[in-house]
Design a protein around this ligand. Structure first.
Ligand code: PEP
Ligand code: MG
Length: 603
């Protein structure tokens, strides 16, 4: 078997590395012999069913308590759905009816009803019912085994002689919550995604797991030695001693990094020479507010607002926007929350907002252009920001700016709306800081002028790269050419930082670049002292900031600016960072290529 045949890929749903032999678990309805009961026994059979339901309810309540203790209150609720099935009058009534009318045994009747409902739900094709299907199967297996006086697959690991990796077609939450890490070190399932209940439990309990690995049961014979990497979502079969060593090394560095990142969360994001770098969070959805806070974000550097429209049939009103902005603003008392006005267009034209078809939507009626042309939509959003700013430190930021008058017009509208709110007696701020997203070459080149008419600049490196290099950011075929470290983009980044400094206005970066360690190091060196990053990346970037000095970052940035290509710029950054940080802990992209770790590069 070649190395590629030995490497299987699925979805990593619970991180970490596990090694051991595999064991196959069957999680399916047991075979139920077809038997009928005499008419005189029918009521006794119904009573047997009721007694079994009571016992299984007890078993599930016990699992629920165990899940609460091992994984948490929210995770324990996963079992409520199973309890509800056992109490469902229609479902249980249906089983009793099958016993009474067809003289089925209780186990046959339960199997029959389960299959009937399963077919009905499968035919509905609703993805939300998929998890319910797993709950139904889980309950049915328990009830049927109980009625047949048999033990379940959940007892399997007790007989394992060494720590093993379970392989299954599907894993139930009930089985997962009972697993014991001394016996089961990893999980592989053909079915399921990150959102599956069993995946959520595996993650909370801390067992590395891969779901959605097609054909796993057939491709991984029981007893095969395997290395499972739940972070990468890979399984390596029959590993060589070298591969085992490499996996162990990877595991150790990940653990070390995790421990260091946990420490970093409560510490200030100051460089070695005590320059404070403000780290804010990018928030796209309401549920990202809590992780941003938990990871120590100093406010929100980019609050995307498109989610208020996408998936809705109507545009959001002023009230609901005010409430949302207030909610986010109040979550970060005193710290800035930068609200980006609707970035519609390009690929984002949600249903309630009809737009004419265009030949080149990314060069078309987008973002601030749409907002200025549809003043009612824009004014509603501005009013909501002003109203919510009474109790929070809110900023307004406009996307895809290419001209000065877009900023000036927005400021005028903000003043007009503030006056209108005052006249109406609605409590609202008179004004809020107005910022420009620098994400087009035009804005970068005009940064000095834009800095004069705005209160702050924030670079959107995703679009800036796309428009500078003329590379569609969503085109997989061009992915290799989407290089934010291209010398042209680096020059623009430097231009913007210098223009902002000369004008005495703050400049930050809120594009994806800020969330990668190598780029964060570069951006610091280019003069950016505020970065807004994806919430899960906050500890990593803070850990990095705390180990470098601005002088080191500056000299690395200077050298990268002089590079002839994006690849060379990246190499320079890798070398420079490896001088000061243990980059072997980082993702392969940020690490120095093997064989090039010794010697230093003159910067
Ligand atoms: C950007 O373009 O870098 C940016 C942050 O905005 P978005 O990704 O929402 O276009
Ligand atoms: Mg953008």
């Amino acid at each position: 078997m070649s190395a590629t045949d030995r490497l299987l890929k699925g979805i990593g749903v619970s991180p970490g590395i596990a090694m051991g032999p595999t064991v196959t678990v069957r999680w399916a309805l047991p075979e139920v012999p077809h038997r009928v009961v005499p008419r005189t026994q029918v009521e006794k059979e119904v009573r047997r069913l009721r007694a079994a339901l009571k016992d299984v309810r007890g078993q599930i309540a016990e699992l629920r308590a165990r899940a609460e203790a091992r994984a948490g209150v929210d995770e324990a609720r996963i079992f409520d759905a199973q309890l509800l099935i056992l109490e469902d009058k229609d479902f249980i009534g249906g089983v009793a009816e099958l016993i009474r009318e067809n003289h089925f045994t209780a186990e046959k009747a339960f199997e029959f009803k389960t299959l009937e409902v399963r077919d009905l739900w499968t035919a509905a094709g609703n993805p939300l019912l998929k998890e319910r299907l797993a709950d139904l199967t889980g309950v049915a297996i328990r009830v049927i085994l109980h009625l047949m006086h048999k033990r379940g697959s959940s007892d399997i690991w007790e007989s394992l002689s060494e720590p093993s990796i379970l392989v299954a077609r599907e894993l139930s939450p009930g089985l997962t919550v009972q697993l014991d890490r001394d016996h089961v070190v990893g999980l592989i399932s053909e079915e399921g995604t990150r959102q599956s209940h069993a995946a959520i439990l595996a993650h909370s309990i801390g067992i590395p797991a891969i779901f959605g690995l097609r054909g796993a049961v057939a491709r991984i014979p029981a007893g095969t030695k395997a290395i499972l990497d739940g972070t990468l979502g890979t399984v390596l079969l029959n590993p060589t001693p070298g591969e085992i060593e490499e996996a162990e090394r990877r595991d150790t560095s990940r653990r070390e990094l995790t421990a260091r990142l946990e420490e970093a969360v409560s510490q200030p994001s100051d460089t070695v020479d005590k320059v404070h770098v403000a780290l804010r969070g990018n928030v796209d959805l309401p549920e990202e507010v809590a992780p941003a806070k938990a990871h120590g974000a100093e406010g929100v550097g980019l609050l995307r607002t498109e989610f208020l429209i996408t998936g809705h049939s109507e545009l959001p009103d002023e009230e609901s926007q005010t409430n949302y902005f207030r909610h986010v603003g109040e979550a970060f008392p005193g710290q800035p929350v930068v609200i980006r006005t609707y970035d519609l267009g390009g690929d984002k034209f949600p249903a309630p907002f009809r737009s004419p078809p265009e030949a080149n939507p990314f060069l078309g009626w987008r973002a601030i252009r749409v907002c200025l042309d549809e003043p009612e939509i824009f004014r509603t959003q501005i009013r909501a920001v002003l109203r919510a700013a009474v109790t929070a430190n809110l900023h307004l930021m406009i996307p895809l700016v290419t001209r000065l008058d877009e900023v000036e017009r927005t400021r005028e509208m903000m003043h007009e709306e503030a006056e209108r709110l005052e006249k109406q007696g609605v409590p609202a701020a008179k004004t809020v800081p107005l910022g420009v997203m620098v994400e087009t070459p035009a804005a970068a080149v005009l940064a000095d002028r834009l800095a004069e008419v705005s209160d702050f600049l924030s670079v959107g490196t995703n679009d800036l790269t796309q428009y500078t290099l003329v590379v569609d950011r969503g085109n997989a075929r061009l992915a290799d050419r989407f290089t934010p470290h291209d010398p042209s983009v680096l020059r623009l980044l430097k231009l913007v930082a210098e223009a902002a400094r000369a004008a005495g206005k703050p400049a930050s970066v809120c594009g994806e670049m800020a969330s990668e360690p190598l780029s964060a190091f570069l951006l610091l060196g280019l003069g950016y002292e505020t970065l807004s990053v994806a919430p899960p990346k906050l500890p990593l970037i803070k850990w990095l900031i705390r180990q470098v000095s601005t002088a080191q970052a500056r000299s690395a940035a200077e050298a990268a600016l002089a590079a002839r290509s994006a690849e060379l710029a990246l190499d320079i950054l890798r070398f420079a960072l490896a001088e000061v940080v243990d980059t072997s802990l980082l993702d392969p992209d940020a690490r120095l290529p093997a064989g090039r770790r010794s010697g230093s590069l003159k910067l």
